[in-house]
Write a protein that binds this ligand. Structure first.
Ligand code: ATP
Ligand code: MG
Length: 266
């Protein structure tokens, strides 16, 4: 086989992967000022898996997600969701932003926050029917928040708010779930509850992508990892990709050898 053919085959299989992928990002560059926060990043998310986005503070993780979703405008790059431009696929995507970025003083009841997840399905007249309310209550129950339905969202603790926003994402019945640090600032019980919900989504064939900081739980929680520090460092299965070489590249000197040893990485 000639070299040309090998290259063409590799390209063809990459193209197939991109077209089938729940989330495929190509050449994404985002800049808030002179220096890019995300530079020429490619990502191809595998369907039906849980993928962790990993990298140090300021690595561009949130920026990458927001730009991929069209929430902020990239300088360059394209994003497809199941092979189509992201703008045509909104109904298939549930996005839970990083907690610090949401206005928690907004005077809304918990049940209404969850019902917002159903808005695309309510149709033009947008009447909330008993069935919608039941669905919203069911989603609250899945995250253990059924007793808080009529509370104001601002009157919940941080971990409780996080659960409510997960319930809203569940109400969307999406195919692709994007969560920016779903475990930040939550207690161990809430973390376990959230991971159980995410794994049940994955086991039902959905695709879950979460920004994750706790390197000690990556192997337990996730199938795949995507390492970033402005540029893409590596992506693939936890076994092949969550290795000290790539972590050093992502974190540089910030991750001490002892931490690597504790993770028992190859
Ligand atoms: N709205 C903004 N205006 C200017 N600079 C920004 C803005 N948002 C983020 N940045 C900068 O862009 C870079 C990437 O930020 P981003 O929030 O994407 O990082 P991150 O990987 O999500 O970090 P963290 O782990 O702390 O959440 C950082 O240097 C940050 O200071
Ligand atoms: Mg972030």
């Amino acid at each position: 086989m000639s070299l040309d053919l090998v290259t063409t085959d590799a390209f063809a299989s990459q193209e197939t992967a991109r077209q089938d992928s729940p989330l495929a990002i190509r050449g994404l560059t985002v800049s808030y000022g002179q220096k890019p926060a995300v530079f020429s990043v490619d990502m191809t998310v595998e369907a039906g898996k849980m993928t962790a986005i990993i990298g140090p503070n300021g690595a561009g993780k949130s920026t990458m997600l927001k730009a991929a979703l069209g929430i902020i405008k990239p300088l360059a790059g394209t994003t497809t969701v199941f092979g189509k431009p992201v703008a045509q696929q909104r109904q298939k995507i549930a996005y839970v932003p990083q907690r610090a970025s949401v206005d928690w003083d907004f005077p809304t009841r918990v049940i209404d926050v969850v019902l917002m997840g159903l808005y695309p399905k309510l149709g033009l007249l947008g009447r909330v029917r008993a069935a919608h309310r039941e669905k919203a209550e069911d989603c609250l129950a899945r995250v253990g928040m059924q007793d808080f339905a009529t509370r104001q969202i601002g009157q919940l603790s941080g971990g409780q708010q996080q659960r409510v926003f997960l319930a809203r994402a569940l109400a969307q019945d999406a195919e692709l779930y994007l969560l920016d640090e779903p475990f930040a600032g939550v207690d161990a019980a809430t973390e376990k509850a959230i991971i159980a919900v995410l794994k049940s989504l994955r086991d039902a064939g959905k695709t879950v992508v979460a920004v994750h900081h706790d390197l000690s739980t990556v192997a337990e929680y996730f199938d795949n990892v995507f390492l970033i520090n402005t540029r893409r460092i590596a992506e693939g299965s936890v076994v092949n990709t969550f290795v000290s070489r790539h972590l050093q590249d992502a974190y540089g000197g910030r991750l001490a050898g002892a931490q690597m040893d504790a993770l028992a990485l190859s």
